[in-house]
Design a protein around this ligand. Structure first.
Ligand SMILES: *Cc1c(COP(=O)(O)O)cnc(C)c1O
Length: 361
């Protein structure tokens, strides 16, 4: 029986990567803002059409740097439905996460509930574009302007997603992303920050490099947020394959749709302004019992969907457990089905066949 994981890292033809390794060996320059890091940053800026980008060690340090660079204090309004790094970064930086429940249709923070949670201590909103599906960015922007709050978007799922024809990384004072091996575009480990203005971009550049201002002077407190030449090389090679990766995800999503759209299973609603990247295939079942039944049946056949995201982050043992019933409910009934660049139609058919047999209705 063939094991089907929820995702599989994309690996380019090895010869393409080897070519970059030869250059690295010749230069004997492995890290500290090397030429391939510079080349990856330029290539990504060009691909995304963005002026400012800092390539970093991972998507978590990107979130931590974003909070640090914006000098956030006190309370940060955030979503309970995301990967744990969204919340842990807030706590790690000494701020308090204040959870606002999600929209039941998009699984993103519900902007109509944000204002009720703003207090004099609120400094920012940190929201995730969950599964690559953009938040209501204009509404969130207006609330932030009105209350003088900063906005950070955790856009870890968003490589390739467009909003009104432009990259979603455009939004917020800062957008962050992850280039972890499991993400649609990856550099093995890696991440990036997209800053709104030049000033902020410069600050992040020295903050990620220990605060250095030349070899013996310092601008201020910094951290090691850098990434290496071997990681940047993987990014440069993978970027050449990005159109194929995106096309495969879209084709596979439509293929799942053709089996599952006519059932009682629900999918997140994506707005018409979105050019979607189809990075994940999340499905919400009618009940937690039904979801568990489907999961067990799939696992019996060595197919491993994942409960992204469970548990709801408001139930973590290091935060105030603010009630978020909609997030809790979605978290209890959701599964992400397998989707990755070389998942075959016959494997998808197997997955769907097992699911259809288990559905209550
Ligand atoms: C993957 C992910 C992160 C963390 O990124 P790393 O590169 O693994 O540190 C943060 N937020 C979300 C929503 C993620 O999915």
């Amino acid at each position: 029986m063939k094991m089907i994981p929820v995702t599989k890292p994309f690996l380019p033809p090895k010869a393409e990567y080897d070519k970059y390794l030869e250059g690295i060996w010749e230069r004997n320059w492995l890290t500290n803002n090397g030429p391939l890091v510079g080349e990856l940053e330029s290539s990504l800026k060009e691909y995304l059409g963005l002026p400012y980008l800092s390539y970093l060690g991972n998507g978590t340090v990107a979130l931590q740097l974003a909070i640090k660079a914006l000098e956030l204090k006190g309370e940060i309004i955030t979503t309970p439905f995301s990967y744990v790094a969204t919340t842990s970064s807030i706590v790690w930086e000494g701020c308090k996460p204040v959870f606002v429940d999600i929209d039941p249709d998009t699984f993103n923070i519900d902007p109509t509930k944000i204002e009720a949670s703003i207090t004099p201590k609120t400094s920012a909103i940190l929201a995730t574009h969950c599964f690559g599906n953009p938040c209501e960015v204009e509404v969130i922007d207006a609330i932030a302007q009105k209350h003088n709050l900063k906005v950070i978007y955790d856009a870890a799922h968003c490589f390739g997603t467009l909003y009104k024809g432009q990259t979603i990384f455009n939004w917020g004072d800062i957008s962050t992303t992850s280039f972890h091996a499991t993400k649609l575009f990856h550099t093995i480990e890696g991440g990036a920050i997209f800053a709104k203005d030049e000033e902020l971009n410069k600050k992040i550049a020295w903050m990620r490099n220990f605060g250095h201002h030349g070899p013996e002077k310092f601008y201020g407190v910094g951290i090691n947020g850098k990434n290496s030449e071997v990681h940047a090389a993987m990014g440069l090679v993978n970027l050449k394959h990005i159109e194929g990766i995106l096309a495969a995800r879209k084709r596979q999503s439509y293929f799942y749709d053709s089996y599952l759209d006519s059932t009682s299973i629900r999918k997140p609603k994506v707005s018409e302004s979105t050019g979607f990247n189809y990075a994940y295939y999340p499905v919400v079942f009618n009940s937690s019992e039904e979801m568990m039944k489907v999961k067990a049946a799939l696992e019996e056949q060595e197919i491993y969907p994942r409960r992204y995201f469970h548990p709801s982050l408001s139930s973590l043992n290091y935060v105030e457990n603010i009630p978020t019933p909609i997030s809790d409910e979605v978290a209890s009934k959701i599964l992400c089905l397998p989707i990755y660049h070389d998942l075959s139609e016959s494997d998808q058919q197997r997955v769907c066949g097992i699911i259809l047999k288990q559905l209550d209705s």
